[in-house]
Design a protein around this ligand. Structure first.
Ligand SMILES: *Cc1c(COP(=O)(O)O)cnc(C)c1O
Length: 369
């Protein structure tokens, strides 16, 4: 699209990936196809993709300033990246990280596929020291669920060994708040299930890369493993993305209000939100993010109090996952592999409801703990 490079992200998110020719529908077509008439590409959708996937990929690629490949879920995208690690290679993973990624990494280590080192997300010198020796540096920033930041500029500046990859799980920030490829990462990855889709009604994943050779390898991984997105899921992911900028703007404004409310509440032991001045990395957040996101994590006295709050909310839903229009919360310690968390830690994904109503709901739920 002409002039697309000059557009701001909130324009790109609306315009990228749209048909441009006269007489075409404004929206990319929903193409439910496995195969095509022979004689030209595409031939078979697992091998060549479809116009529906391509439209979603074009939009993500435009936002991330790279080329994107869509997958059946965020974890399918993660698996395609991990597959790039050479046999016996070294994977470096943050202490605070999406539990599915931790599981995939540790199971691969058990099968002697690779070796795993864990580092604290915020320990930049440790990441800098590891960067020269790793085959895959996996960063998640802000992290799930503790909202810790990794210093992307500092870590990406370290020369990596030949073929080594720096991957950033950009799910929490979205491409509107953070573009890792611009900061020197090789891969930016999303669970499109979350903010891109934005309505808790699909599973999808996507990776964006700057390098053509890496693009080819990840595309080949999808061809081989068959972790292709569903047609409707890819279409809905793009449909969801069209409103990402306004959804995020509202959700972030709500999150800032709620974080301030929680920080001032006597029953809340700790409130974690990158936009709070009390966040230990607030300065880095200001430098690295274009917005502070819409996840707020907070800690109650113990697991019992947290469980009671989760059972008492009326507007907010007691449910896992995040990034949707409706607010959801859960106590994260209930999940396997999350033993490092304070038992009373609750992750709240702030939606686009009215901020007064959300604060009132939290106030009444806190009064039951
Ligand atoms: C949900 C999530 C994933 C996994 O995505 P799925 O679509 O559930 O497979 C990966 N990373 C982060 C940060 C997530 O929140």
């Amino acid at each position: 699209m002409s002039g697309a490079g000059k557009l701001k992200p909130s324009s790109l998110v609306v315009s990228a990936g749209r048909p441009r020719d006269r007489g075409q529908a404004l929206n990319a077509p929903l193409v439910p196809a496995s195969n095509f008439i022979l004689g030209d590409e595409p031939v078979y959708s697992r091998e060549d993709g479809t116009a529906t996937w391509a439209a979603f990929e074009d939009a993500v690629g435009a936002l991330e300033h790279g080329r994107a490949i869509s997958f059946s879920s965020g974890m399918a995208a993660v698996a395609a990246v991990f597959e790039q690690v050479p046999a016996g290679g070294r994977v470096v993973l943050p202490d605070d990280c999406y539990q599915g990624v931790v599981r995939l990494a540790l199971e691969g280590e058990q099968k002697a596929r690779w070796r795993v080192t864990r580092l604290p997300t915020e320990d930049t010198p440790a990441w800098v020291a590891a960067a020269g020796e790793a085959d895959l540096l996996w960063l998640e920033t802000p992290s799930n669920p503790q909202l810790i930041l990794a210093d992307l500029d500092a870590i990406a500046a370290v020369p990596r060994r030949q073929g080594a990859l720096l991957a950033v799980d950009n799910t929490f920030a979205t491409p509107l708040n953070q573009r890792p490829l611009e900061r020197g990462a090789d891969i930016s990855l999303h669970s499109a299930t979350k903010y891109l889709g934005g309505h808790s009604d699909l599973l999808a994943g996507v990776v964006a890369v700057g390098d053509d050779e890496l693009y080819g390898r990840l595309f080949a991984a999808r061809q081989c493993n068959g972790a292709t997105p569903g047609t409707l899921e890819a279409w809905l992911s793009l449909r969801g993305m069209r409103t990402l900028a306004v959804r995020l703007e509202r959700a972030q404004a709500n999150a800032a209000r709620i974080a301030a409310f929680l920080e001032g509440h006597p029953d809340v032991v700790d409130t974690r939100y990158p936009g709070l001045e009390s966040h230990p990395q607030h300065e880095l957040a200001r430098r690295q993010l274009d917005g502070y996101g819409a996840i707020v994590s907070f800690v109650l006295a113990d697991a019992t109090a947290a469980d009671r709050l989760c059972e008492s909310v009326r507007l907010i839903h007691h449910a896992t996952s995040l990034g949707s229009v409706e607010s959801t919360l859960e106590r994260r310690g209930v999940h396997a592999g999350q033993g490092h968390l304070p038992p009373g830690l609750i992750r709240l994904s702030v939606g686009i409801e009215d901020a007064d109503d959300l604060c009132a709901d939290l106030a009444q739920a806190l009064s039951t703990t």
